[in-house]
Each structure stands twice: as C-alpha cells, then as structure tokens.
Design a protein around this ligand. Structure first.
Ligand code: FAD
Length: 452
C-alpha cells in the first residue's frame, strides 16, 4: 500500500488550492475526486451562473447607457459559451496536469477507513498518508414539500439542472430567496421566464441589512419577478405538463419547473469519519482555527459549514496549507465578502447593524444614495441606481460592516472588506484619495454621514 505525504479528498476549489500548494512545495499527495476536478463551483455553481448572468446584465447596461440601442440576446451562443466555460464537463486536462505534477490521482468515492496512519479507500485501492484533507463540499437541501418526490425529475431543478439548462422554461417557481435563489431567479427572469420566488423569511436575502433586502426586493418586483415573502411551499402536484404549488398562505402558483434554492448541507457524513471517532455536526466537519479536525486530519470549504463560498474555501485552503508546511496561522472570518451577482450587484461584508448591536458594539450607521452623491452612476447609466451603507463602532472609530448595491459592488465592497479586516481608523479612510469618478468615492460621503 502506497504511503503518501497527504491525501486530499474532494477536488473543488478548496481541495485544489491545498493540492496545488503541496505540489509546488515538492510534496507527493494523492488527490481523490468522484466527479470532476474543479468541483461544484467550476461546473454547476459559480462559473456557469456568472457566465449566464452577464449577458442579461450587459443588455440592461447597454439599454441604460446613453446612445446605445438594445442588443439582442442569442441564447444558443450563450449556451455554447457556458458549455465552453464549464469545459464541456470534462476534466481530462486537469487530471493529466495533476499527474504530470506528481500527484497520485484517484477517481472514485473516498472513505476514511483507518487512522494512525490515516488510511483512505477508493474502490479497491487503499493508500495511507501523514495527513488527510477533507474538502468534499456540500449538497443541495431538498425542502420537506409534500409531493416533491412524486414529480418527474426534469420538473425539479437543483443548481445543477438550472445551470446546465438547454431551454428556457416559460415559468419557474424558485424555493428560497437567498443568494442562489436570487441569482438563478434573476437569470431566468432576465431570459424571459415568469419567475415566482417563495421565501420563508420576511424579505429576500433576509440575513442581510433590512434596507438592502428592501431595495433588492423592490428591484426584483419592478423587474416583474413575483416575490412571495413570509410564506412557504407546502405541496406540489403535477398539473398537465407543469406543476401547481400550494403555499402556506393558501395561494397557488402554476409553474413549469420547481427550482430548489433552500440551502446546502455539508457533505461530511459520507466518509466514515464518525466510525473513527470524529464528531460531526449535521454533516459539517468541525475545525479549529487552523483548519484541524484531529492530529493529521484537516478540512476546508463548504464541508466545514463556515460561510459557504469559494473564496472562503480557498482562504481556508491557504491557511491549512501553511499549517501543513510548517507555518501555522489562524483563520480570521471577520471580513468575508458576501456577494450576490444580481443585476446590479449586491455586496456586504462584516456585521449587519443588528449583529453589531447584539455583539454589544456602540453602533452608528449611515446610508447614502450613490446617485445623489456621485457623478459615476450618471456617467455609467442614464437611470442609475446605487446605495452604500456603513456600520461603525463609535467607541473605536472603525468600520465593522458595510453593504452596497450597484454596478460592480462586488469590486468596490473590497474597500470596506480591507477596512473591516484591518480595523482601519475611519479617520485614515477619510484621508484616502479615491479615483474620480468611481463608485468607490461613495465611501467618503458615507463616512462623513456617520455620527462619530
Ligand atoms: C448556484 C451557485 C452559485 C454559486 N456562486 C458562487 C460564487 O459566485 N462565488 C462563491 O464564492 N461561491 C459561490 N457558490 C458557492 C460555491 O460553489 C461553494 O462554496 C464552493 O464550490 C465550495 O468549494 P468546496 O471545495 O468546498 O466544494 P465543492 O466545490 O463542492 O467540491 C467538492 C468536491 O468533492 C467531491 N467529493 C465529495 N465527496 C467525495 C468523496 N467522498 N470522494 C471523492 N470526492 C468527493 C465532489 O465531487 C466535488 O467535486 C455558489 C453555489 C451555488 C450552488
């Protein structure tokens, strides 16, 4: 049985970053993947959604820019580009590259079958290693909706079917109004589907600042999306070629597909870890601040249930790789950007006002309408939108959170992310020089509006 330096289980973004660092440093790892190297993110999540969302955004931007006529949408061309960007669901090149770099690539489902040393089985093959890194990601949650399991599979979409669609459905019912529901619902609505989003909470994205939720909900409604908040889908039944859903408020929604976007469950309980004494928490593999689970056992990414984003998976992977390579450091999650690629983009970082108050912080907040404060929105579009909100700690004179809504908010939220992470004094931020005319200039006005 071959003994390796490390075994990486799951080759999504988290696993790939660990494996890449170890190979660069001359280690000999085994990498195990049961589907495709690149993981959910590359084939059925981040990449296809962002590819699919961009043309409808670009068309709307072109419509809003002065002097441009509305461009046409070419669905077959978009579909072809999506297929190219998801590598036609083929990872042959990735497998070859890892092999050439010295990794042992094992295809199949891994189970951890022994410890001291860690022993992993993939089909009939067993290997041992000093270290095992679990990076097995998460799976979509199936909500407890009566009748869901009786519907034909082609009528019930997870992110996989939604991102690999070949035809645009006339009607879609999206269950869940957080990031995934907003992105998938927003894309379909942009392509002409009649979309209904059912959200149990009182607003879309209800874990974010209420103002942000309010803004995004009204934008979606203005774009013709039927947002049903504060209600749930109780049951679904086949109805002709489509589906009829009954909501908890008694309303009925007729649809062609049901899109599940009601959360994801970490995939830690399929590996046999519990049998080896590792306590799991509803599928999550609990890690300490170094990403360690037990001596020689580490975990990164969605499977740890810490902010399920690719950038977090990659950050944890860098922390774990540093630990493996002898420079341990502690993971810090105070400034994880949370972006929803709606049109325009929604971004937040750090604490909401409510979270800051719950943490006992002496809070002051500000919000500015970027279209009233800045030139950039008006050079960008003839009918612009844009908001920036800040949450600050009055006692320490630092930002603890921020949220933004507007073109490229995913980019300009990083000013706040850096400030929150480093605890930059508001005074120092006020003394910075943002480029004119940019959305980033909004920070100066929003900082001035804080009661500090
Ligand atoms: C629709 C959608 C859009 C998203 N968009 C974004 C975005 O824009 N930005 C962002 O930051 N995040 C986004 N996310 C979240 C992002 O996809 C995840 O956070 C990210 O994929 C997590 O990476 P990971 O490495 O932990 O796991 P994954 O990408 O899930 O990879 C895990 C891998 O492990 C493999 N595996 C599992 N079990 C085993 C086993 N026992 N043996 C062998 N292999 C196994 C799987 O096949 C998979 O390839 C999105 C999610 C969805 C659903």
């Amino acid at each position: 049985m071959e003994h390796l330096d490390a075994i990486v289980i799951g080759m999504g973004p988290g696993g790939e970053v660990v494996a890449d660092r170890l190979l660069t440093e001359g280690w000999r790892p085994a990498v195990v993947e049961r589907e495709l190297i690149g993981g959910e993110c590359s084939y059925w999540a981040c990449i296809p959604t962002k590819v699919l969302l961009r043309p409808t955004e670009a068309r709307r931007e072109a419509t809003d820019a002065a002097g441009v006529t509305r461009p046409d949408m070419d669905w077959p061309a978009l579909r072809d580009y999506r297929d190219q960007m998801i590598r036609h669901l083929d990872d042959t090149k990735q497998v070859e590259t890892y092999r050439e770099r010295g990794a042992r690539v094992l295809r199949g489902t891994a189970r951890v079958v022994g410890r001291d040393p860690w022993r992993v089985a993939v089909g009939d093959t067993e290997v041992t290693a000093d270290h095992v890194i679990v990076a097995t990601g998460s799976a979509p949650v199936r909500p407890p909706v009566e009748g869901l399991d009786t519907l034909d599979p082609e009528l019930v979409w997870t992110n996989r079917e939604a991102t690999s669609l070949t035809e645009i459905p006339p009607r879609a019912l999206v269950i869940g109004g957080s990031a995934v529901g907003i992105e998938l619902g927003g894309f379909l609505a942009g392509m002409g589907t009649r979309v209904t989003i059912v959200q149990r909470g009182s607003r879309l994205l209800d874990r974010e600042d209420p103002r942000l939720c309010e803004i995004i909900t009204s934008r979606f409604e203005a774009n013709g999306v039927d947002v049903r908040a504060g209600t749930e889908v109780r049951s679904v039944r086949r109805d002709g070629d489509g589906v009829t859903a009954t909501l908890s408020d008694g309303a009925e929604v007729h649809t062609d597909v049901v899109v599940l976007a009601s959360g994801r469950r970490p995939r830690g309980d399929e590996l046999g870890l519990a049998e080896l004494g590792v306590e799991l928490d509803r599928g999550a593999v609990p890690v300490d601040e170094y990403g360690r689970v037990a001596p020689g056992l580490w975990a990164v990414g969605d499977v740890t249930a810490r902010s399920m984003f690719t950038h977090v998976a990659k950050y944890q992977a860098r922390v774990v790789a540093d630990g493996l390579l002898g420079s341990p450091r502690v993971a810090d999650y105070t400034a994880v950007p949370r972006v929803v690629f709606a049109d325009p983009e929604i971004a937040a970082v750090g604490l909401t006002e409510e979270q800051a108050r719950e943490a006992g912080i002496d809070v002051t907040t500000s919000e500015i309408d970027l279209t009233e404060a800045l030139a950039r929105p008006w050079t960008y579009a003839t009918d612009p939108v844009g908001h920036l909100g800040l949450v600050a700690d009055r006692a320490h004179g630092v930002l603890v959170g921020a949220w933004g809504y507007g073109p490229m908010a995913a980019e300009w939220i990083h000013t706040a992310a850096l400030a929150v992470r480093m605890g930059l004094p508001v005074q120092a931020l006020r003394d910075s020089i943002p480029q004119f005319p940019t959305f980033n200039e909004g920070y100066l006005m929003a900082l001035d509006a804080l009661d500090l």
